[in-house]
Design a protein. Structure first.
Length: 576
């Protein structure tokens, strides 16, 4: 009698492996990560006797999971599938179809094999054909269906930062690997930041998402700034693409619909007006007007208007485009660029040189204002105007430019003369200016006079030091003429003499450095006897005595003094 045998059907063929052979076949040509596959296991009994309680066991690869089996009689414990065929008569066969699913995350190229085993209660004298494999194994491939959507604001102002939201969805069947989103921004956009690890090279934004599992939607957010110079009414269109290293099922979903962005314009022009808090009537000062654009958009058609106080007069301005008209100065600012938020706001400066009216009284408040405007809508109206308030602290009657000059000369009769001139250059008059000259102690017999031009007056006087109180109207002068005699023993020395003037309280001098003056003179040896300037007396040489006589007698006394000195030397010589 013929011994019973078992066969396994593999891909539709009967494989005879012995008395009870087993055949294993993969019904599909490939394994795709995330998809199902069917393994067919066929058992055939070739006799010669029947096989009792035939059991088929299949341990699945770790990348596979059991889905179902047919016909009935198969069970799965984790990855071990057991199918009961019952009793097989000689010549009978049975086939089990086991449906499995490849794990979606299985890396592409992974080789998966499958081996089945058959056993029965009937003794089998050939054990070598009781196992069967589905070939050498099958390499796994991956396939995914990626889609991407993009959304963003429909309108934004130039210079404004906007956010784009992208969503990448993987519909499978496999996990998508090396997923990359690429977004080519419009030239009027600049990438600023991202929370999804996106980076920009020029206008191309690249977001690398890595692996996106099946069924997952991965959000991608990034921000971009509309260039401040983008024009109102511009339409910016933008879309994004997604790719991966997996085979794509439907490439039509790999690019998002275009997002339309309509550009508007709005800026924040701000003006500041600065100058000295106090001014002197008639004295030129500088005003500085600064225009800034805090953005977000560039401002077009900018115009600055400065209205000066009625007591102020424009002297000059070096800023191009500024045109004065009475108390109003209009400046064509033109386009004012908005600054990058990371930097200081863009600014332009206008400098005006103005002169307060000479007749403005002390305490007068001067109010000037600056107003900026443009053709672009403005966000903050409160900073479009600024006011400068200045206080007049001195007027013409409280300011006078007093100038001292001084020169020295040697007189023929041995005396020294100083000529001091005090001039009032205005604009105000001065009452009670104190003119003081500290005559050096090396000089004696000091004599001085004070003369005043029309409009000036020499008032109270004092000696040691020389002191006079003077009144001067603008343009008038007071002159001091001081003469003195050097004391004996000063031959070869240089004397320095200084004169100063002190203004009365309440009067300011714009140039106080002119309120002192000095002169110096070198004392030579006597060439002629030092006769006093009026010619009525003489100083006896070497005696230090002043003798006041008529001119002729004085000359005789000088000669007599000379003879007495010579005679004295001879007597001294004879005695010694």
């Amino acid at each position: 009698m013929r011994k019973p045998s078992v066969a396994w059907r593999f891909a539709g063929a009967v494989v005879l492996l012995g008395a009870v052979p087993l055949g294993t076949a993969l019904a599909d040509s490939a394994l795709v990560a995330g998809e199902t596959a069917v393994y067919r296991l066929t058992v055939t009994n070739h006799g010669p006797a029947g096989a009792r309680d035939v059991t088929v066991t299949d341990v699945l690869d770790r990348h596979l999971s059991f889905v179902s089996a047919s016909p009935a009689g198969c069970t799965a414990d984790d990855r071990t599938v057991t199918c009961t065929a019952g009793d097989l008569r000689t010549g009978d066969s049975t086939t089990f179809a086991i449906t499995v699913k490849v794990a979606p995350g299985t890396p592409p190229g992974t080789v998966i094999g499958n081996t089945g085993r058959v056993s029965a209660l009937t003794p089998d004298d050939r054990q070598d054909n009781n196992t069967s494999s589905a070939g050498a194994g099958t390499a796994v491939t991956t396939r995914s269906d990626l889609s991407i959507t993009k959304s963003g604001p429909r309108a934004a102002d130039a210079g404004q930062v906007i956010e784009y939201a992208l969503a990448v969805t993987n519909r499978g069947p496999s996990d998508a690997r090396d997923v990359t989103v690429v977004d080519d921004l419009d030239r009027r956009l600049r990438f600023t930041s991202s929370t999804a690890g996106c980076a920009a090279a020029g206008q191309t934004v690249t977001c690398r998402l890595g692996t996106v599992p099946v069924g997952e939607t991965r959000p991608v957010l990034f921000k971009a700034r509309v260039l401040p110079g983008a024009r109102i009414g511009d339409l910016i269109q933008n879309s994004a693409k997604v790719t991966s290293s997996s085979e794509e099922v439907h490439a039509r979903d790999n690019e998002s619909a275009k997002v339309d962005l309509n550009v508007g314009r709005v800026s924040d022009l701000a003006v500041t007006y600065t100058g000295p808090p106090t001014v002197v009537a008639g004295e030129v000062v500088e005003h500085t007007v600064t225009v800034r654009n805090n953005g977000p958009s560039d401002a077009e058609g900018g115009k600055l208007t400065v209205r000066l106080d009625r007591h102020l007069h424009l002297v000059s301005t070096d800023t191009p485009g500024c045109v004065p008209n009475g108390q109003v100065v209009t400046c064509d600012v033109g386009a004012v660029e908005a600054a990058d938020p990371a930097q200081r706001a863009s600014a332009m400066t206008v400098v005006l040189r103005v002169r307060p009216d000479e007749h403005a009284a002390p305490g007068t408040l001067l109010r000037s204002e600056a107003i900026v405007d443009s053709d672009t809508a403005d966000l903050v109206a409160a900073n479009d105007e600024d006011t400068l308030v200045e206080k007049v602290v001195a007027g013409p009657q409280d300011k006078a430019d007093l100038v001292l000059t001084k020169r020295a000369e040697r007189l023929q009769k041995g005396r020294i003369a100083y000529l001091v001139t005090l001039t009032n250059r205005g604009p105000g008059s001065v009452r009670g200016a104190v003119l003081t000259d500290d005559v050096p102690t090396a000089l004696r017999d000091v004599r001085w006079t004070c003369t005043a031009s029309p409009g000036a007056r020499c008032g109270e006087r004092a000696d040691d030091p020389v002191r006079v109180v003077a009144d001067l109207i603008p343009g008038s002068t007071v002159t001091l003429r001081i003469t003195a005699e050097p004391r004996p023993g000063l031959v070869g020395r240089t004397l320095v003499n200084t004169t100063s003037v002190k203004l009365p309280d309440g009067i300011t001098d714009p140039r106080p450095e002119d309120n002192t003056a000095s002169a110096e003179v070198r004392i030579p040896g006597f060439i002629n006897p030092p006769i006093d300037p009026d010619g009525h007396g003489a100083v006896l040489p070497w005696t230090g005595l002043s003798v006041y006589t008529p001119a002729g007698v004085g000359a005789c006394l000088l000669l007599l003094g000379g003879f007495l000195r010579i005679a004295g030397r001879r007597v001294t010589s004879a005695t010694s």
